[in-house]
Design a protein around this ligand. Sequence first.
Ligand SMILES: *Cc1c(COP(=O)(O)O)cnc(C)c1O
Length: 229
Amino acid sequence: MDLDPRHLEISSNLAKIQGRIRIAANNAQRSEAEIALIVVTKTYPASDVKILSGLGIDNFGENRSAEGEEKARDVQGLWHFQGQIQSNKIKQILTWAHFIHSLDDARHISYIKKALPEGKKISIFLQVALDGQLHRGGVSDEMLPLLAEEVLSADGLSLEGLMAVAPLGQDPHRAFSQLARIHSVFSQQFPMAKKLSAGMSNDFEVAIEYGATHVRVGSSILGVRTGPL
Ligand SMILES: *Cc1c(COP(=O)(O)O)cnc(C)c1O
């Protein structure tokens, strides 16, 4: 099993990323234990998720509900939905995901409240658009309190914090310092929302510098994706 080339490739890439997370945390004078690594497995097969699980990873991220549902059936763990939400997929998302990172629409929160089975829980990050780049998902920061109140008004939904994606082509320092300011204001009003989901393969170290508690890393562990997404 250990000699399987895919296993070797993933374990070596993973060790490098974990090392870089450790260094970034040290540089930011933060504890490594505050930072969860979500390995984004979108477009990669369940066999890769099994390898990651064997290597001690238990947080997995997916952008498409059908794909997430299929892999979550095969591999136990904490599953994170981080893709664009479509109302007609919400019911399905709730069957496999433990976290939704990409909530940016009050109507979707109402659907979740209606569709969430009795006794089930879902943890929510609200997605904020940085620099007004709404086309990559997310709401402007003025909208956040309204969405937060909507999440908090229902049983079974917990408000974890904020999520953002750095605008393409922009210095991530600028993006994540803006995010840190927004999060600081937001978490004064909503003290339960302490988490910050930010940072991908290209910018997770900068995100850690600005307080990320959840980094979502895919291609630098599993390889560059060739499909859409
Ligand atoms: C694909 C994706 C990631 C992971 O990106 P990589 O560059 O592969 O690390 C993280 N977050 C979101 C929202 C994504 O869509």
